[in-house]
Design a protein around this ligand. Sequence first.
Ligand SMILES: CC(C)(COP(=O)(O)OP(=O)(O)OC[C@H]1O[C@@H](n2cnc3c(N)ncnc32)[C@H](O)[C@@H]1OP(=O)(O)O)[C@@H](O)C(=O)NCCC(=O)NCCS
Length: 154
Amino acid sequence: MNHDETRSKLHIRAAGVTDAAELARLSAQLGYPCEPAAMRQRLERLTARADHAVFVASIDAGALLAGWVHVGAGLWLESGECAEILGLVVDTAARRGGVGRRLIGAAEQWSRAAGFERIVVRSNAVRPEAHAFYPSLEYTLEKTQRVYGKVFRP
Ligand SMILES: CC(C)(COP(=O)(O)OP(=O)(O)OC[C@H]1O[C@@H](n2cnc3c(N)ncnc32)[C@H](O)[C@@H]1OP(=O)(O)O)[C@@H](O)C(=O)NCCC(=O)NCCS
């Protein structure tokens, strides 16, 4: 299927808990394997919140999803609030067909409707396609950072 065909058959909608298995499948492509049951629990919690949204893309009403995006409200003591893209993945089989652009469009639309004037996204340095993708959608690089974590001892 060429890009124009993909674009014309693309549907974007809010995610529901019945999408859990597909979201989990795509999450693995993002590098975060996840059991469908765990994904379902997360979705139930997120879809109950007004300050988060998850959108999914399907092509031609197919059973497989082509991608998902998670957007939410961020609030920082030092810099105030803005919308933040918290996750985005397009199925490897559907990339470069405009799916990512449409998902970001849905996330931006939600953010504007929620009253945000700005949107940010943190993207792992090891994702070269993401670092071509965001600038093509008029996102500008603001800074680079390192992420530290700690597992608590029992
Ligand atoms: C990044 C990602 C979401 C892009 O999704 P996509 O559906 O392939 O992107 P689109 O087809 O909407 O591309 C829009 C524009 O971005 C740019 N772009 C996207 N992928 C690119 C790539 N691999 N190389 C160069 N430019 C690219 C192009 O300018 C493209 O427009 P064009 O096809 O008309 O030239 C997808 O590659 C992906 O899921 N990657 C793995 C996960 C990831 O990096 N997620 C982001 C985490 S923050």
